[in-house]
Design a protein. Structure first.
Lengths: 472, 401
């Protein structure tokens, strides 16, 4: 009994230290994120962007849209992509062995016709059944291929891409009109930039008009509201901070722009992981370091991509399970980078952070709850101290959320209603009442499935990026 | 896009909160360690947690209050700002077009902002009048004075305003900013400087400023894309600046490449010697930039022909791509080279060769048709067929022309 007590007490103190270090890091990255927003807001005005556009200072882009059974949203999504403001871009939709009417919907909407195309098959992909070109939209290409997964679909699209930059976008996501212009400017200005991630924000709840967002509103379901907070924290504080440190390891699969040649050089997306987005970024960093080349992976607060987030618990759990497995698959594939000075800040700070504060976090969190129960049962718990500590954890979590929401208020396209802001404040408290614990358990479960379910995706129920609809 | 006001206060608030929290979390950890080793009493640990709790609660209250207040106040502020901008835009328009009387010497921020917006959209006589107004109100010197602010954010805002104002009085200060250690300041200073120089009339003053800019660019160590951007923004003043730069013997490869890219993008004649020299450069990026520029300018100087031919056999893929793309400049003499390039191991070279053959009109099309049938390389045959399939029919080309 004494040994158990000692272990429990020791673990409690470890948790306090872990909590303190993690939150100081969150705060540090939060400040860096805010600082990068402030600098970005002054670096590129609309007028300056227009100035460059008038002088043809841009790089053409191939927008790659992998789609699997997206019949509900694909037409609106492709229309939105075709409506982007950019002087030279193409949209390549890859129907990845769809079993629904995705291709039919596209054929009907865009008058697709089969074409014979000569292209280089640099990257392996599942067999392509046919390539279709739109008779109405000359810059739209649709690839109908056997199912091979998202990474495989992106590889097929990369083979067909004819421009030096590629932008990977999920079929359920919408880009801001000038997103490509803003993103590609950095590539045009600096040859060292190999990848760029923008900000991804949940679309649920917004009022839509003609495939674009007419008014931003907080979603109606709490499960979606919690995700609004998660995305706000992740993009406006976490990733922006890592980018400032030059150690950004993740670019969201929902929206990322890459230099095509750099992606081809590292062999494209890996198809044996569900974390293909993170894995590619880590490989781009790694290869550049090993070859002694400069390679910048950056995240900018603009451009913004809006995506549909899961609105039911089942889809959300599947998504988080997949993310956690993807994270571990990537960390294990590149475990040689951990505390390896050769990789600079990446090896000494970035990768260790992801191991200890992202990968292992669910273990510590769930063990914390277990230790809490055991300590209470064995009398090793000081109830007053425990309640105060729990309250502190909640308050600190809410404080970090509020700082991220504070950055969001600086956006011109923000949640306009005061009501929504109050809802987000309430959500910051309420997410501690079950939501976080549930996701921690799912992430913990995912850790034990890394080997067994390698490369396996779950399906997500789509509401559909509707036109003229009010989502959720 | 982002709001630019109130973020400084929020940053100070966030920094204060984070610092306080870091300190109290440090104290909390230390007290936990002391408690674990038995060197402190349980009451002490409880007091530390209580203190942490109180500080976090206060921080949360302050941050939440700020966020909510900012949300509310920014709505009102933007409404007022829009109204004032509307008022000043109307007033300036009347001053410019109907000769109404000018305001007194002091211009509020909205008045200046409205005037700068008009400066962006109006040219000709009105543009000249706005420039005169900006001079009368000492806008250039007023803004330049603010460049001495120690705050980076303020300086960035001023540099953007100067880029819009394009007042020659600010040029000396902008040249100084081009040597700032902060890359963002150098970038915005370079943009403002280029836009300002573009408004100067041709003559010795503009030439002198162009020479200063060329010198400053050499010291500024800006990325190649930014330098190229500067040349594009220089407009009519670009050729002179490019000439001065390219005449420097020890020009850095970055600047040389940016200059060649700009020559191509602007389609500038008169750089034959430089384009020819690029063909023999050791740096592949420079060889490629020179070859691309040749194609974009659309003129092949006699001394550059050998470099263009050599480009087809270059070991570097992207140099061969540019050589193939500009190959049509050699006329029908290019056909054997483009025939070989159609069978290159690089898909992109094959594609560029196909497109270059199309630019040779009838002889090129005939070559593509023949390559589609007879080329020994399967991929060359496929590419030739694909190029012809993608090409507009000759009559369409003629019609468009």
């Amino acid at each position: 009994m004494r040994i158990l007590d000692a272990v429990l007490v020791g673990f409690q103190f470890f948790l306090v230290a872990y909590f303190a270090v993690l939150n100081v890091l969150y705060a540090f990255f939060g400040y860096l994120g805010l600082r990068s927003v402030m600098l970005y807001a002054r670096e590129m005005s609309d007028a300056a962007l227009k100035d460059l556009l008038e002088r043809d200072f841009y790089k053409p882009v191939s927008v790659l849209v992998p789609a699997y059974n997206e019949e509900a949203s694909i037409v609106a999504s492709v229309r939105a992509s075709l409506g982007l403001q950019h002087p030279a871009f193409e949209v390549i939709v890859v129907a990845d062995g769809c079993t629904d009417a995705t291709v039919d919907r596209l054929t009907e909407a865009f008058a697709l016709t089969e074409v014979q195309l000569v292209y280089r098959r640099t990257l392996e992909s599942a067999p392509i059944r046919r390539i279709l070109r739109s008779l109405r939209e000359p810059n739209l290409l649709v690839v109908d291929k056997d199912n091979g997964g998202k990474a495989d679909a992106l590889n097929a699209a990369l083979n067909l891409a004819s421009y030096p930059l590629v932008c990977a976008v999920d079929a359920d996501s919408l880009l801001d009109g000038d997103a490509l212009l803003r993103a590609t400017r950095l590539f045009a200005e600096d040859d060292d930039v190999v990848a760029l991630g923008g900000t991804v924000r949940p679309l649920n709840g917004s009022v839509m008009d003609g495939g674009s967002v007419a008014e931003l509103r907080a979603p109606r379901r709490w499960i979606e509201r919690f995700q609004v907070l998660e995305y706000t924290r992740a993009f406006f504080t976490g990733r922006a901070g890592w980018s400032r440190m030059g150690a950004l390891l993740i670019i969201s699969g929902a929206f990322g722009v890459f230099r095509r040649a750099a992606v081809m050089d590292v062999g494209g997306y890996r198809t044996d992981t569900v974390g293909e987005d993170m894995e590619l970024v880590v490989r781009l960093h790694k290869q550049a370091r090993l070859q002694g080349r400069k390679a910048r992976v950056v995240m900018t607060p603009d451009p913004i991509c809006r995506t549909e987030v899961p609105s039911d618990l089942r889809s959300l759990r599947r998504q988080r399970n997949r993310w956690q497995r993807g994270l571990w698959e990537t960390l294990l594939m590149h475990n040689d980078m951990l505390f390896n000075r050769r990789f600079g800040r990446l090896g000494m700070i970035g990768v260790p952070y992801f191991w200890f504060f992202e990968g292992l976090a669910p273990i510590f969190e769930v063990l914390g709850y277990i230790a809490f129960g055991l300590s209470a049962a064995t009398g090793a718990l000081n109830p007053t101290l425990a309640i105060m500590f729990l309250l502190l954890a909640v308050l600190y979590g809410v404080l970090l959320s509020q700082l991220a929401v504070g950055i969001e208020t600086l956006l011109l396209a923000r949640y306009a209603r005061m009501r929504d802001r109050l809802v987000l404040l309430a959500a910051a408290f309420l997410e501690f009442l079950g939501y976080r614990q549930l996701l921690s358990l799912e992430r913990l479960r995912a850790m034990f499935q890394v080997r067994r379910k390698r490369g396996t995706w779950g399906e997500m129920k789509r509401t559909g990026v509707g036109v003229g609809s009010h989502l959720s | 896009m982002w709001r630019r006001y109130g973020d400084g206060v929020f940053a100070v608030l966030a920094l204060t909160v984070f610092t306080c929290e870091a300190v109290v979390l440090g104290v909390l950890t230390a007290s936990a360690v002391l408690r674990a080793t038995g060197t402190s009493r349980p009451e002490t640990a409880a007091a530390v947690v209580m203190m942490t709790l109180i500080i976090t609660f206060i921080s949360l209250t302050v941050v939440t209050a700020y966020v909510l207040a900012y949300h509310k106040m920014s709505e009102r502020r933007e409404q007022l700002h829009a109204e004032r901008m509307q008022h000043w835009t109307t007033r300036w328009t009347k001053i410019l077009l109907a000769g109404e009387s000018q305001p007194n010497a002091y211009l509020p921020d909205e008045a200046l902002d409205a005037l700068l917006s008009l400066r962006d959209v109006l040219s000709g006589t009105e543009g000249v009048r706005i420039a005169t107004l900006l001079r009368q109100y000492h806008v250039g010197s007023r803004l330049s004075h603010r460049l001495h602010s120690p705050k980076q954010l303020k300086r960035l805002e001023v540099l953007e305003a100067l880029a819009r104002a394009r007042t020659p009085e600010a040029i000396p200060d902008l040249l100084v900013q081009l040597e700032d250690p902060e890359p963002r300041i150098r970038l915005l200073a370079a943009r403002a400087l280029a836009r300002t120089i573009a408004t100067l009339p041709p003559g010795s003053t503009r030439d002198a400023v162009a020479a200063s800019l060329a010198g400053a660019l050499e010291r500024a160590a800006l990325p190649v894309g930014v330098v190229e951007q500067v040349f594009l923004l220089l407009e009519d003043a670009a050729p002179r600046t490019l000439r001065i730069l390219l005449d420097h013997d020890d020009l850095s490869p970055t600047l040389r490449r940016a200059a060649l890219e700009a020559i191509g993008r602007l389609g500038l004649p008169g750089f034959d010697r430089d384009l020819a020299a690029a063909g023999g450069d050791l740096e592949p990026n420079i060889r490629a930039a020179g070859l691309r520029a040749l194609g974009e300018v659309g003129h092949l100087p006699a001394q550059a022909a050998a470099g263009l031919r050599a480009g087809f056999a270059d070991a570097v893929e992207f140099v061969r791509i540019q050589a193939s793309r500009s190959g049509w400049l050699l006329g029908e003499a290019a056909i054997p080279l483009l025939w070989s390039a159609l069978g290159d191991r690089s898909w992109w070279v094959r594609r560029a060769a196909g497109e270059a053959l199309l630019r040779l009109d009838e002889p090129g099309r005939e070559t593509l048709e023949r390559a589609g049938r007879e080329h020994h390389d399967r991929y060359a045959r496929e590419m030739a067929a694909q190029t012809l399939r993608d090409a507009p029919a000759p009559e369409q080309v003629g019609g468009a022309a």
